[in-house]
Design a protein around this ligand. Structure first.
Ligand SMILES: [Zn+2]
Length: 94
C-alpha cells in the first residue's frame, strides 16, 4: 500500500482516522487516537490524553483536509505520539 492510498481524497474522515490513528483538534494539535466511534453523520474520537472530540464524517471537512494534507501545528504532549508516527504522517522517510 502506498502513501497515496492512505491519503486518498475519496476516503471519509472515519476511515482516514482509523488508518492513521491520529486526530487533529480545532486548534491544530495532533492527538493519538484511542477509540473511535461512528454516530450517524458524526464520529466521536477519544484521544490518548482522554479528550473526547466530535467531528463530521465528511470527506471535505476542514479536519479531513488537514489530515490529508498532513497539517498540524503542534503534537499533543500528553498523547506522546511516537516519532516514527509523526515522521510517517509528515511523509518523511525517517
Ligand atoms: Zn492528546
Amino acid at each position: 500500500m502506498s502513501k497515496k492510498d492512505i491519503f486518498d481524497k475519496r476516503v471519509p474522515l472515519l476511515d482516514l482516522v482509523k488508518k492513521i490513528n491520529l486526530w487533529v483538534s480545532k486548534k491544530g494539535t495532533l492527538h493519538g487516537v484511542k477509540e473511535i466511534e461512528e454516530r450517524g453523520s458524526f464520529i466521536i474520537v477519544r484521544t490518548h490524553c482522554n479528550a473526547v472530540s466530535r467531528g463530521r464524517n465528511s470527506k471535505n471537512s476542514r479536519r479531513a483536509r488537514w489530515l490529508r494534507q498532513r497539517r498540524y501545528i503542534t503534537p499533543c504532549k500528553k498523547c506522546k505520539i511516537p516519532d516514527w508516527k509523526l515522521k510517517r504522517f509528515a511523509g518523511k522517510k525517517s
